[in-house]
Write a protein that binds this ligand. Structure first.
Ligand SMILES: *[C@@H]1O[C@H](CO)[C@@H](O)[C@H](O)[C@H]1NC(C)=O
Ligand SMILES: *[C@@H]1O[C@H](CO)[C@@H](O)[C@H](O)[C@H]1NC(C)=O
Ligand SMILES: *[C@@H]1O[C@H](CO)[C@@H](O)[C@H](O)[C@H]1NC(C)=O
Ligand SMILES: *[C@@H]1O[C@H](CO)[C@@H](O)[C@H](O)[C@H]1NC(C)=O
Ligand SMILES: *[C@@H]1O[C@H](CO)[C@@H](O)[C@H](O)[C@H]1NC(C)=O
Ligand SMILES: *[C@@H]1O[C@H](CO)[C@@H](O)[C@H](O)[C@H]1NC(C)=O
Ligand SMILES: *[C@@H]1O[C@H](CO)[C@@H](O)[C@H](O)[C@H]1NC(C)=O
Ligand SMILES: *[C@@H]1O[C@H](CO)[C@@H](O)[C@H](O)[C@H]1NC(C)=O
Length: 412
């Protein structure tokens, strides 16, 4: 009996040694492959994700299908290069509000915070998987305390030559994508859903905010959220937005700009084309501050074309007296000039919230809006309000539809 056991033990030992010997010569490539393919550890997966991203022997970091990485600490993934993050599974940020309140990255711009900074050069994030921000706890916390600082889901920070495509972004606590100081960035085929399941709305869940960034494309995406679908913040230049379906949003918005005294905000060369905008507060919008002690800026060469709107409160908007009373706006006109704007081929229906009004172009006095072009605006209000009406103030309009607006030289 003892002998047999001993023999079995010996056999096991021999087999183990043989197996071990076979695994030792495994190539470096194999070792790298395993370090580059992440698995769920059962605790915080942020350290493993960060080290794979920083490891130059991992040109591709894979999160396999079926794997959910739990991110319980902030991800500073800046300054990386030549990296493909192949997100087939899920990256899920936990909802430890106390932790993130103390530790999220912060931005002075609009008091933002972030879970994850992704930056550097030549980066691809794709793979068919999901980023999950566990937003519900945040939506509920914000409803109780609106000082709760809710983190942005994905922040491209000082990122150049970056593509983010073929992924879903769900349950973002606040802004979904923030492009801060980026260049040559493409987002394609992104599905965004930020929807609350409680009575507390998913607020400020902008699809994209572009800030101090040049040459950004956002295309072929589906967005279901509760604030701007795409927003061009200060110093967004050379931006293409095309083929988006936005539902429940606040529209495609330039601004608000010129808010902060002493700052100069530029938004230039933007084309937003082929946009379906449904159940939204706004369709195509430009907003700039006026009043005492505000900033300055320039909005130039912006085209909104091919919008199909459905149930939108304010389908076409320029507001150059944003958050400013008429009397203050007359006294302190906006220092953010608006020039060379095209609203072209905008169809569909308004909600009736503004009764018959389907377009409102309202500028500060003194010619601070110029070369505003309106062509093919065919949006109709609900039939009970009769024919569409078009509002304007202090704006010189050109284009086929200028006459619809009547005389726009004084406030009405
Ligand atoms: C992120 O990491 C980089 C490189 O280690 C460091 O220079 C930078 O200060 C960090 N950023 C933040 C916001 O912590
Ligand atoms: C778009 O992304 C989804 C994953 O969200 C993927 O299943 C689909 O194949 C992608 N479409 C294209 C055309 O790549
Ligand atoms: C803009 O970015 C795209 C995509 O990264 C790139 O192909 C293109 O060359 C860039 N354009 C300029 C003018 O840098
Ligand atoms: C527009 O985007 C949708 C995804 O929302 C995609 O299925 C469709 O192929 C895109 N259309 C074009 C012309 O690229
Ligand atoms: C679109 O948004 C509306 C209003 O927020 C919402 O009621 C509806 O469920 C959304 N539709 C889809 C397909 O999610
Ligand atoms: C925007 O860019 C201009 C230079 O074109 C610069 O003077 C200004 O400070 C920048 N503003 C912001 C908010 O970054
Ligand atoms: C206006 O912006 C578009 C991009 O929307 C760009 O193609 C065009 O060159 C710009 N025009 C000028 C005069 O810069
Ligand atoms: C108007 O826009 C719609 C939706 O983007 C597009 O299908 C249509 O071809 C455009 N019409 C013209 C005349 O450009």
């Amino acid at each position: 009996m003892g002998f047999i056991l001993q023999k079995a033990t010996l056999l096991t030992y021999v087999l183990t040694v043989v197996a071990y010997a076979a695994s030792v010569p495994a190539s470096l490539e194999d070792r790298a492959t395993s370090a580059c393919t992440l698995t769920a550890s059962g605790s915080d997966d942020a350290p493993a994700f960060l080290s794979a991203a920083a490891d130059s022997s991992c040109p591709t970091v894979t999160i396999p299908s079926g794997t959910t990485l739990s991110i319980q600490s902030k991800l500073n993934m800046t300054g990386i290069s030549n990296k493909h993050i192949d997100l087939q599974g899920t990256i899920k940020f936990n909802d430890d509000i106390d932790y993130w309140t103390d530790n999220a990255f912060t931005f002075s711009f609009q008091d933002q915070a972030a879970f994850w900074l992704l930056g550097g050069t030549n980066i691809v994030l794709d793979g068919g998987g999901t980023l999950d921000g566990s937003g519900q706890a945040w939506y509920d916390a914000f409803a109780k305390d609106d000082d709760t600082v809710r983190p942005i889901l994905l922040t491209l920070y000082q990122a150049t030559d970056v593509t983010v495509q073929n992924i879903k972004m769900i349950n973002g606590p606040e802004w979904i994508n923030f492009v801060n100081e980026g260049k040559n960035v493409v987002f394609r085929n992104i599905t965004i859903s930020a929807v609350s399941t409680s009575s507390h709305a998913a607020k400020n869940t902008d699809g994209w905010d572009i800030f101090r960034s040049d040459n950004v494309t956002i295309a072929d995406s589906d967005i279901n959220n509760g604030d701007d679908c795409v927003s061009f913040k200060p110093n967004a230049t050379n931006i293409l937005v095309s083929n988006l379906s936005c539902n429940g949003s606040h529209g495609i918005s330039v601004g608000s700009l010129g808010q902060y005294s002493g700052e100069y905000d530029l938004v230039q060369n933007v084309l937003a084309t082929n946009i379906r905008m449904s159940n939204a507060e706004n369709g195509a919008r430009i907003k700039a501050w006026a009043g005492k002690n505000v900033g300055s800026g320039l909005v130039k060469n912006i085209t909104f074309e091919g919008f199909v709107e459905s149930n939108v409160d304010s389908p076409v908007v320029i507001d150059q007296c944003y958050e400013t009373s008429d009397s203050d706006c007359a006294k302190y006109p906006s220092n953010t000039y608006i020039q060379d704007i095209w609203f072209t081929n905008i169809s569909g229906t308004s909600s009736g919230k503004e009764k018959a009004v389907v377009a409102s172009l309202s500028c500060s006095p003194d010619g601070r809006c110029s070369n505003i072009n309106v062509n093919g605006i065919t949006v109709t209000p609900p039939s009970k309000y009769g024919d569409a009406s078009f509002d304007c103030a202090n704006v010189d309009l050109t284009g086929d539809d200028a006459s619809l607006f009547g005389t726009c030289t004084t406030s009405d």
